[in-house]
Ligand binder design. Structure first.
Ligand SMILES: [Ca+2]
Ligand SMILES: [Ca+2]
Length: 486
């Protein structure tokens, strides 16, 4: 875990637990064949998978591990220093999918049938006399973590490309190479025979809360799409299926809070019946819809804090910080906002703000944190470490027991992935997070909601169409059922 020790401490501990439960019924042999890799930026799942290629000399590349299952080829790449996998590098994967130097582009003893340069986010398929320019979709590429790291895990989908399927990708021995084309260092080269084991332990898919007393929080960056008439049916079906009790939107610029509540009330129907409250705050138009009145709403840059007065059968307060942090290359602004948010929480807990909360009040950060580059922002949001201590104070571990916030790390229901954003150009990424005070709050069912690839039976059970989730927006709804009280 040299790449991201924090992930090991936080979100990945949840992962360890769930893997332990899932794998309990497997025989040792099955477990060895099928390590149940999940593309989540945590690497305990690779335990026992030995590197097939090692570079002991200088240079960026260190080790390459490989694994596979029925659906994916998995790579684990370790580097000597931290990189952004999606920009500013010339790390290139060459695939000889049939281990045949006579098919594809000849490179040493490889006949390269597909090539992909991660830092340029593009590649090529060499098919007969044709060279096809490709982007990540042609390989079904998913990588993690989305932030900078010294270690990454990568999935390629076996059937993503017709050309590679024709060559027998995933059905025969293959050979591959990972090179740093920015220097002349030797590539990591490995031969591999896919085993294609069935992935164990996917439970039956069910969207309902496990208990009616749980409060379902759904967070979703809708980026102005919520009032688009062409999107209305997809939004309606998605939210009728998810039945939110607390709906947190980001970038819901159009409309007042009440207009947005009315829109979702009409679109979604029953779950939003009764008395509901609607608030809108923050430079990036976060909106909170819930049956609870807010004792205070505090602007925190693009983000905002909502301090809710819970009503029967719940008691006390609930602090919800809607994350909508500055995007993309804006590392400095994103860090400043993370600092401001964590300083606000520290001040709120220690009675230094106008608002007051009882000791032990659950605190949740949820939304689009846009963590696509530097890792310090993640450290700030979990550990409470503040970078600009002159402006915001020293900071402190944010949970009531002096521990960090837990990173919930929800997964897709139908695939071993944790990404929450899927668009063109950049690879699918984990941009949306739920961090929370786990010393005083438990979370039940939780997942990243995607309709693509859900079994037909599940789609029809919930009245969904397969394109509904991407037809709302590139960000996916993230769902967490809060277990409040005793
Ligand atoms: Ca993993
Ligand atoms: Ca070949």
């Amino acid at each position: 875990m040299t790449g991201n020790p924090l992930t090991a401490l936080l979100g990945c501990s949840v992962f360890l637990l769930s893997v332990a439960l899932e794998t309990v019924a497997q025989s040792i042999d099955q477990a060895a064949l099928s390590p149940a890799i999940r593309i989540d930026g945590c690497f305990q799942d690779w335990k026992g998978v030995e590197p097939l290629a090692i570079n002991e000399r200088t240079g960026l590349l260190k080790t390459l591990c490989l694994a596979d299952d029925a659906d994916y080829l998995f790579l684990k790449l370790e580097f000597t220093w931290k990189v952004n996998l999606q920009a500013g590098n010339r790390i290139t994967l060459d695939l000889d999918v049939d281990d045949d130097p006579t098919s594809g582009l000849r490179k040493g003893r490889l006949g390269v049938d597909a090539s992909f340069t991660f830092g340029e986010r593009r590649g090529w398929i060499f098919s007969g006399q044709d060279t096809l320019s490709i982007q990540y979709e042609s390989l079904g590429l998913v990588t993690a973590p989305t932030m900078e790291s010294t270690i990454f895990e990568i999935a390629l989908s076996w059937p993503a490309s017709k050309e590679l399927m024709t060559l027998g990708f995933g059905t025969k021995p293959m050979r591959l190479s990972v090179a740093d084309e920015s220097d002349g260092s030797p590539p990591l080269i490995a031969a591999y025979i896919p085993q294609r084991p069935a992935r164990p332990g996917l439970p039956p898919i069910s969207l309902e809360k496990e208990d009616p007393t749980h409060l379902r929080l759904v967070t979703h960056n809708v980026n102005r799409r919520h009032f688009n008439p062409e999107k209305r049916d997809a939004f309606s079906r998605v939210y009728q299926a998810l039945q939110p009790d607390i709906l947190l939107l980001q970038e819901a610029y159009e409309g007042t809070a009440t207009e947005i509540l009315d829109y979702f009330r009409m679109a979604v129907g029953a779950p939003l019946s009764g008395r509901w409250y609607a608030y809108k705050a923050g430079e990036e138009a976060t909106v909170l819809l819930s049956p609870f009145p807010a004792a205070a709403v505090v602007h925190l840059g693009n983000s905002a804090a909502y301090i809710l007065d819970l009503t029967a059968p719940y008691t006390g307060k609930l602090v919800l910080i809607a994350l909508s942090m500055p995007c993309c290359d804006l590392d400095g602004a994103r860090q400043a906002e993370a600092d401001m948010i964590m300083a606000f929480i520290d001040n709120l807990k220690t009675g230094k703000t106008q608002e007051h909360i009882p000791v032990g009040t659950p605190i949740i950060l949820a939304g689009d944190a846009n963590l696509v580059r530097r890792t310090e922002q993640y450290t700030t949001l979990t550990m409470g470490d503040i970078q600009d201590t002159l402006a915001y104070g020293p900071g402190a571990p944010p949970d009531w027991d002096g521990s960090p916030f837990l990173d919930l790390l929800p997964y897709h229901l139908q695939r071993p992935m944790a990404y929450t954003w899927r668009g063109s150009g950049f690879f699918p990424g984990r941009l949306d997070f739920i961090f929370y005070s786990d010393s005083v709050l438990k979370i039940g069912r939780n997942f990243v909601f995607d309709t693509v690839g859900l079994p037909e039976e599940v789609l029809s059970r919930y009245g969904l169409q397969e394109r509904d989730a991407p037809d709302t927006y590139k960000h996916q709804p993230v769902v967490a059922d809060l277990i409040l009280g005793n």
